[in-house]
Write a protein that binds this ligand. Structure first.
Ligand SMILES: Cc1cc2nc3c(=O)[nH]c(=O)nc-3n(C[C@H](O)[C@H](O)[C@H](O)COP(=O)(O)O)c2cc1C
Length: 335
């Protein structure tokens, strides 16, 4: 693998979603190996003190790298935590022999550049049950389960825990200060959350049972997705997105990386099917709401990611920036 090929692979890897768009990774390429390390300088000590959500983000990046390699006609093998003495070395992606590129490989790779977090209301159209089944079967080889939150009892319990967590966060000055550090008003910003990608809180413009994370909590004027429109028009329908939960049997770095890999695959498959998603991870940020979710939904194992999913409307939100590949990729001749 030459520098140009690894640059192409890392360009795909960094399209991965990451908590607060922190992009907590850096890469070293040498020979046929690409090492992915956690970048501790981009940590979120209040929201994510254990680094769980950042490690999940890195798991997605490892998956996107593998998808890009396969679509370039190269076998890809991902080894997680290959060096026990260096726990921040989260994964090594190894390029193998040449392979034939299937249509499926090409479709997933093409979805890498199109996927983005979509927080605007979805169209009132259900996600097909076969697709939800496929998400589950695709995740199984990673040791990750996918559960659709269905039935009014589960929905009410989960939506309540998301709201409760959101309330806890809005009352936590440390959390708000951290959030503010990652909120961006410059549309050319290379990291953080652009205000254009987040909805306002006004229930008239975003009626939903599910609270997306309020990135403009605090003093700022909320940014509204939709124009105020005709005040005499009937109120928009309450959004009923499909909500899926991804979880693992363990709750360590390996489990988090596997959850990230499965999430990456699920998001790309969803994109190829015309779907979009946005995480609702507030309820998993806090040990109290996360533990309660395990009990209320009788989960076997640990919830790692809660996603609202649906078909995006035409008022799709802006996509967020990325640091250039040259900032995150180093070549090591020694390999
Ligand atoms: C582990 C994880 C947790 C996230 N939690 C939330 C969340 O609670 N609310 C939200 O709106 N977006 C959440 N996101 C989405 C990120 O904000 C988003 O991926 C990032 O801003 C980059 O934007 P993009 O996905 O459009 O490329 C999360 C992403 C990851 C990987």
């Amino acid at each position: 693998m030459d520098e140009q090929q690894w640059t192409m692979v890392v360009a795909a890897a960094i399209r991965a979603p990451s908590i607060h768009n922190t992009q907590p990774w850096h890469f070293t390429a040498s020979g046929d190996r690409l090492e992915l390390r956690l970048d501790r300088e981009r940590a979120l000590p209040v929201l994510d003190p254990t680094g769980r959500q950042q490690v999940i983000s890195c798991g997605v990046a490892a998956e996107f790298a593998a998808v890009a390699l396969r679509a370039a006609g190269v076998e890809a093998e991902v080894e997680l935590l290959p060096a026990p003495e260096d726990p921040d070395h989260l994964a090594t992606v190894r390029a193998g022999a040449s392979r034939e590129v299937s249509l499926g490989d090409a479709a997933l790779a093409e979805a890498v550049g199109r996927r983005h977090t979509e927080r605007a209301p979805f169209l009132p159209r259900a996600v097909p049950a076969e697709l939800l089944d496929r998400f589950g079967s695709d995740a199984r080889p990673y040791g990750v389960w996918v559960k659709t939150v269905t039935g009014s009892e589960e929905e009410v319990a989960t939506a309540f825990l998301v709201s409760r967590a959101e309330e806890l966060e809005r009352g936590d000055p440390g959390y708000l200060a951290e959030l503010e550090r990652w909120l961006r008003t410059d549309p050319a910003a290379v990291d953080g959350i652009p205000v254009d990608a987040v909805p306002g809180e006004d229930p008239a413009t975003r009626p939903s049972n599910w609270l997306v994370r309020d990135f403009v909590a605090g003093s700022r004027e909320p940014h509204l997705f939709l124009p105020a429109g005709d005040p005499t028009a009937p109120p928009p329908e309450v959004e009923r997105p499909t909500v899926v939960l991804l979880g693992t049997h363990g709750d360590d770095r390996t489990a988090w990386l596997l959850a990230g890999r499965a999430l990456g695959r699920l998001l790309l498959t969803a994109t190829t099917e015309g779907l979009a998603a946005s995480p609702l991870t507030q309820a998993l940020d806090w040990p109290v709401t996360r533990t309660r979710m395990r009990a209320r939904l009788s989960l076997l194992g640990y919830p790692q990611m809660l996603l609202r999913m649906g078909y995006p409307s035409s008022t799709a939100s802006a996509s967020s920036g990325r640091r250039p590949v040259s900032d995150v990729l180093r070549f090591d001749a020694a390999g």
